[in-house]
Design a protein around this ligand. Structure first.
Ligand SMILES: [Cu+2]
Length: 140
């Protein structure tokens, strides 16, 4: 009789410990999610400079900086629009999109990323400004 009475509180204590450690697990999962969000703020490799909407991109020698960028397969390329106007990153050449990727209209300070799955040269342009063009070379 006495043994049974002693076993029941032990089971209750084990159950409480289990519940508390599970709560601890949930907390650490939340912390991890926050860390992942911080890591996702990837730095852009290519920027669209201020005044890129002006013909010939105003004072800049290039409309995408750099306009020629070499990357590796499966490494995402990130563009950042530093201009106060809309721009796009669209594969192909002006009037002839090739359908591989298209950022759509990028908001000021918006980013676009694309992961290339084929090696070779990939020209791209801005659908809003015919003078804006760049090239991505993808290597293995
Ligand atoms: Cu543009």
């Amino acid at each position: 009789m006495n043994k049974k009475i002693a076993i029941i509180p032990i089971i209750v204590i084990i159950a409480i410990i289990g519940a508390v450690s599970q709560m601890g697990l949930e907390e650490s999962t939340e912390t991890q999610t926050v860390e992942i969000e911080t890591v996702e703020e990837v730095e852009a490799m290519i920027t669209i400079p201020v005044k890129a909407a002006r013909p010939a991109c105003g004072p800049h020698p290039e409309c995408y900086i750099p306009s020629y960028y070499v990357t590796k397969l499966d490494e995402p390329v990130v563009w950042l629009n530093e201009d106060s106007a809309f721009h796009s990153v669209t594969s192909g050449s002006y009037g002839e999109p090739d359908g591989l990727f298209d950022s759509g209209h990028m908001d000021p300070y918006g980013t676009f990323s694309y992961k290339f799955e084929e090696t070779g040269m990939h020209p791209y342009y801005c659908t809003l400004h015919p003078w804006m063009a760049g090239n991505i070379k993808v290597e293995r």
